[in-house]
Design a protein around this ligand. Structure first.
Ligand SMILES: *Cc1c(COP(=O)(O)O)cnc(C)c1O
Length: 393
């Protein structure tokens, strides 16, 4: 029994308003403030490429948070290194005592995630890594934007990775950045014409699906055969009939496919990342988060994970701790409410004996979108659905 598709967009979709030419985007802090950046096809591929840059592989150990998604672990397994999972506190901050207790000579790298956009204590963590001669990788999949103590997130670690689809209206994309090290890579290749077309058409299609840019839809897709026609001829030309041409992540999957290593994010995605308004992304996300916080605080049966929105945080989603998720989740999903469940599936062996806070979050934390492309009426509808459910149980 599959749930219906969300009635409002779970991820940012492209609209004309995405490009706001009146705003000054110059100094919006983001991972792109790091000196070196490469645009690839997903965050997980960026993790694998970071491991390659650090020369991490067989015989090495990588410390990962017990609260994670499989996409963070798969590249480590692919590299041949062994993952070990460290504890986090119930507020998602890294438990450095636990990390310390698990260190041995094989540990080369500490990966930390800034969950939902909320930064870890990077001063303490980078000191710790220096002291113990560990590499630090900042997982900025949830914080393309934002800063910590006046420095953009992603510029503290040896490397950082981000997942562009989580913040921009694009079909695929991730980036690998470093403020400290030159990134040693042969030039990235396009993943092919089929991929470029798919990345473009899927971005537009998602947008049309949610009623954005109807005028463009009329112009482009009125003859519905047009898309099929383009698609078929591309497939024929590139003889891509048999292979999947999306990087796992884009389809919401957890797969890791090494064939995406060294491939560049699609031209259309890179174009959009450059040209949509970053200032709007930042201000709309903060605004939407605060609206959700005000509307959902104090409801019975749930509470926001964080008690407020610190000034420098640009949230990815609104995380809500739910007492009885097995009851609430299906009702909301059946109503078409978009829900993200980061960390729903933990790596084999990660249980309450490894980290009880992670297991609790994995089970009880639901996340609702606060992205910049939610319209006021869509957000109001979502809030009404959520309030109704909690008030009726
Ligand atoms: C989504 C995510 C990733 C992986 O990014 P993809 O672009 O989906 O490959 C890595 N880390 C975290 C914390 C994520 O949420």
């Amino acid at each position: 029994m599959a749930y219906p598709k969300p009635k409002i967009p779970i991820q940012p979709v492209l609209s004309l308003e995405s490009f706001n030419l009146n705003r000054d985007d110059g100094d919006v802090p983001s991972v792109l403030h790091a000196r070196h950046a490469k645009f690839v096809t997903s965050g997980r591929i960026a993790i694998a490429m970071a491991l390659q840059q650090m020369g991490i592989g067989k015989g090495d150990t990588v410390m990962l948070p017990a609260y994670h998604c499989p996409a963070m672990v798969e590249p480590v397994i692919w590299s041949g290194a062994t993952p070990i999972f460290y504890k986090i506190h119930p507020d998602t901050s890294v438990d450095l005592n636990d990390v310390q207790g698990k260190l041995d000579a094989s540990v080369k790298l500490l990966i930390v995630a800034h969950y939902f956009g909320f930064p870890q204590d990077l001063l303490k963590i980078s000191d710790f890594c220096n002291q113990h001669a560990l590499y630090l990788l900042e997982d900025c999949a949830h914080c393309f934007f934002g800063k910590y103590k006046n420095k953009p997130l992603g510029t503290y670690g040896d490397y950082a990775i981000a997942s562009t689809m989580k913040f921009f209206p694009v079909y695929e994309g991730g980036c690998l950045v470093s403020d400290r090290h030159h990134i040693n890579l042969s030039p990235l290749n396009s993943a092919g014409l089929g991929f470029e077309v798919k990345a473009t058409l899927n971005t537009l299609e998602k947008s049309f699906e949610y009623g954005r840019m109807k005028w463009l839809q009329k112009i482009l897709f009125a003859p519905m055969w047009l898309k099929d026609f383009i698609w078929k001829s591309v497939k024929r030309k590139a003889s891509l009939g048999k292979v999947s041409i999306g990087p796992g992540a884009s389809d919401g999957g957890f797969g890791f496919e090494a064939k995406w290593l060294g491939k560049q994010s699609a031209f259309f995605s890179r174009y959009l990342i450059k040209h949509v308004s970053r200032a709007r992304i930042v201000s709309e996300r903060r605004k939407n988060y605060i609206i959700l916080q005000e509307a959902l605080s104090g409801l019975p049966g749930c509470r926001p994970l964080f008690s407020g929105l610190p000034e420098d945080v640009i949230p990815q989603v609104f995380p809500l701790i739910v007492n009885e998720p097995e009851k609430i989740f299906p009702i909301l999903k059946n109503a078409g409410v978009p829900i993200i469940r980061f960390g729903e599936f933990l790596w084999d062996g990660v249980d309450a004996t490894v980290c009880s806070a992670s297991v609790d979050l994995s089970r009880h934390l639901l996340q609702f979108p606060c992205h910049q492309e939610l319209r006021a009426e869509e957000q109001a509808w979502m809030i009404a659905q959520i309030r109704k459910v909690f008030l009726s149980i």
